[in-house]
Design a binder for this molecule. Structure first.
Ligand code: MG
Length: 134
């Protein structure tokens, strides 16, 4: 099996860094989808099967927290694992996001750290997939 991953970040450079890390990580990749803001992210989520969302917080049009809130209200999207990758410095905002069930990774990060976080999040899916097979 392979994983379809949605990247939502207004920085094309950051999306490239994350994509490069994903390709080097050894994670079996399916489709890599990209959006530049939360609105684009939601549109992609509504039209594609996605196993993991990697999202920035600060973006124009719709930020990452608004996108996350919309996902949590949607029966089809609320259980998709989300890794928030951001320069966000506000501890209260980070705690609020974590309380909504997401992982948080602060930029800048090493490729190894990003890979480990993704493995950890997807490991749950591997496990569930196995359980389904039996
Ligand atoms: Mg940003």
């Amino acid at each position: 099996m392979s994983f379809n991953i949605l990247l939502v970040d207004d920085s094309a450079v950051m999306r490239e860094i994350i994509k490069k890390t994903l390709r080097l990580s050894g994670i079996p990749l399916g489709e890599l989808l990209e959006g530049a803001n939360g609105k684009e992210g939601l549109e992609l989520l509504n039209n594609n099967w996605v196993d993991l969302v990697i999202a920035d917080i600060n973006m124009p049009v719709m930020d990452g927290e608004e996108m996350l809130d919309a996902m949590k209200k949607d029966e089809n999207l609320k259980d998709i694992p989300v890794l928030v990758v951001s320069t966000e410095g506000s501890e209260s905002r980070i705690e609020r996001l974590k309380a909504k069930g997401v992982r948080f990774l602060r930029k800048p990060f090493s490729p190894e750290k990003l890979r480990d976080e993704i493995y950890d999040l997807l490991g749950v899916n591997y496990h569930e997939q196995r359980a389904d097979d039996f």
